[in-house]
Write a protein that binds this ligand. Structure first.
Ligand SMILES: Cc1ncc(COP(=O)(O)O)c(C=O)c1O
Length: 394
């Protein structure tokens, strides 16, 4: 009988490779929150200034155009996206790019909850993007820039017309701070605090182009909007939201943590440094994949491979020959083993995605930790393969 491979000697110093909530920045501790303005009215001068600071620092790091608005809204990225969809859609036809769990979720909301008749769902299976040339510039378009559950990202904005009359509504939660965003090709962008900068989930960010603001000032949806979604009052945009006045009470603890992440981003060199760190993490995985005889990227086209949510499929013949239920079991056993070893937490593929592994490569993850993890993936794969071949032989 073959001897089991020895466990690698080196462990990642930080085993947090979860795709959300993502790893805290290097060196983070609860002490970072000590200055939080707790038990204070969030509309008082001091707390409101902290909220405004989140907006100002986010704008500066991301290079948001001066004529865009940026606000803090309830319920993380989901809240920001739902708020945008319910407030903006219905004025014209909409195209939805549905290619993994979250983007499929937006398509479901638009067709089954909002029940928009004039909605086209442009679909692709996990690992691919829909045909971007199909998007009609006279329609609104809804997409996730980075499909966190398939590891597929939109490679560029060339397919978006500068002369479009529809709005581009982009769920950018696992893209911002890790990928360049061509703001002039977008009209709405949303993200949460819990992704690339490793904040607490809590609140969402909503960025609006002048054309999106103009839609809000001129169009009133035919359906009722709950208070939590309302960006307008008497048909006009509530500009206070974009100065740090939130719709309802925010968590000042989460605000302090978001500020900590933003300050860290500035301290390492801002957006170029954040992107470089994420790309280095991706490259470490890509180099290993190039030598691997059992793992491959789920994203088929190299240009679409996400540098944040790095999704892997298992291509070894022992695995591909399994029934679907055993594939899921085998992939899960790999991530469970690594979790039990304290080497990597939460790297099973997303519950609706093909069985495999998903490693977060955003900026808060150290490349040395990714490199230390990779031999452990080989080790866990060999262990699980041996378990399955023993079971088959019995
Ligand atoms: C692409 C995408 N959209 C939406 C969400 C939902 O984000 P949240 O749970 O922060 O609302 C996620 C979370 O992982 C995501 O990756």
């Amino acid at each position: 009988m073959a001897l089991a491979a020895a466990a690698p000697a080196l462990r990642p110093a930080n085993p947090h490779f979860c795709s959300g909530p993502c790893s805290k920045r290097p060196g983070w501790s609860l002490a970072a929150l000590q200055g939080a303005l707790l038990s204070r009215y969030h509309r008082a001068k001091g707390p409101k200034a902290r909220l405004a600071d989140v907006i100002a620092r986010s704008r500066a790091i991301l290079g948001l155009p001066a004529d865009w608005r940026l606000g803090i809204v309830p319920a993380s990225d989901t809240g920001a996206m739902e708020l945008a969809l319910w407030s903006l859609l219905g004025e014209r036809a909409v195209d939805i790019l549905a290619f993994e769990s979250f983007s499929i979720g937006w398509a479901t909301d638009i067709t089954k909850q909002l029940k928009l008749k004039d909605a086209r769902v442009l679909s692709a299976p996990y690992g691919r993007l829909p045909d971007l040339a199909e998007v009609d510039p006279a329609h609104d378009v809804v997409l996730a820039w980075n499909g966190t559950t398939s590891g597929v990202k939109v490679p560029d904005a060339d397919w978006i017309s500068p002369d479009r009359t529809g709005l581009v509504i982009c769920d950018a939660t696992s893209a911002v701070y890790a990928m360049p965003m061509d703001w002039r090709k977008l009209d709405v962008a949303t993200w949460s605090w819990q992704k690339v900068l490793g904040g607490e989930a809590a609140h969402g960010m909503l960025a609006l182009s002048p054309r999106a603001a103009e839609r809000l000032n001129s169009y009133v949806p035919s359906w009722p909007l709950p208070k939590i979604f309302r960006l307008t009052s008497s048909g006009k945009l509530n500009e206070d939201i974009f100065t740090g006045a939130t719709i309802n009470t925010p968590s000042m603890l989460c605000v302090e943590d978001a500020l900590d992440g933003l300050r860290w981003a500035e301290s390492i060199g801002g957006l170029p440094a954040l992107i470089a760190r994420s790309e280095a993490n991706f490259s470490a995985v890509a180099d290993w994949i190039a030598r691997s005889d059992w793992a491959s990227f789920l994203a088929e086209d190299p240009r679409t491979r996400s540098n944040t949510s790095i999704c892997l499929k298992i291509v070894a013949p022992w695995f591909t020959a399994l029934e679907a239920v055993d594939k899921a079991d085998a992939a899960k056993r790999i991530s469970t083993l690594l979790d039990a070893e304290g080497v990597a937490y939460d790297i099973a593929s997303y519950r609706d995605a093909p069985p495999g592994l998903r490693i977060w490569g955003g900026a808060t993850v150290e490349t040395a930790d990714v490199k230390a993890l990779l031999p452990w993936l080989d080790w866990a794969h060999a262990r699980v393969r041996a378990e399955f071949s023993r079971a088959a032989a019995e």
